[in-house]
Design a protein around this ligand. Structure first.
Ligand code: AMP
Length: 137
């Protein structure tokens, strides 16, 4: 049983902010910004590519509501919604989850978003071909 399943079953405590028959939202124990919330399905799916479309649609609806509540309730100026897949992407808990992170002007958090450049138009096109093939397959 993963740690989120233990939260769902109330085996370990969490600060729950929303629950319905198939979804749970609770405060992240290690917030990037205070108010950082996690939205999870009660059934464990992992990763996103193995998660049914209807589950993803429901999760995103709850993320939208949590984001609106962070803006209304916390006075957030903006919100990041993030979903990590695989250790290389920073995923730690193997149970699909969305991070909904309230953002405030001057909150001091900066993503390490180091934008790079393609070496040539052919360089970007070569990768685009492979992704298009993946979509078609
Ligand atoms: P990820 O790196 O995308 O797998 O994110 C996992 C998140 O789960 C991290 O932001 C952790 O702080 C959070 N987390 C881990 N254990 C708990 C817990 N017991 N209660 C709340 N959040 C947790």
């Amino acid at each position: 049983m993963n740690i989120f399943e233990k939260i769902i079953s109330r085996e370990i405590p969490a600060t729950i902010i929303y629950e319905d028959e198939d979804t749970l939202a609770f405060m992240d124990i290690g917030p990037i910004i205070k108010g950082h919330t996690l939205v999870i399905p009660k059934i464990c799916y992992d990763p996103v590519t193995e998660t049914p479309d209807d589950v993803l649609a429901k999760l995103m609806q709850i993320c939208k509501r949590v984001a609106a509540a962070q803006i209304k309730g916390l006075g957030a100026d903006g919100v990041n919604i993030i979903q990590n897949n695989g250790a290389s992407a920073g995923q730690v808990v193997p149970h699909i989850h969305f991070h909904v992170i309230p953002r405030f002007e001057g909150d001091g958090h900066h993503w390490n978003w180091a934008a790079k450049k393609y070496e040539s138009p052919a360089g970007v096109e070569n990768l685009a071909v492979k992704i298009r093939e993946g979509l078609a397959g």
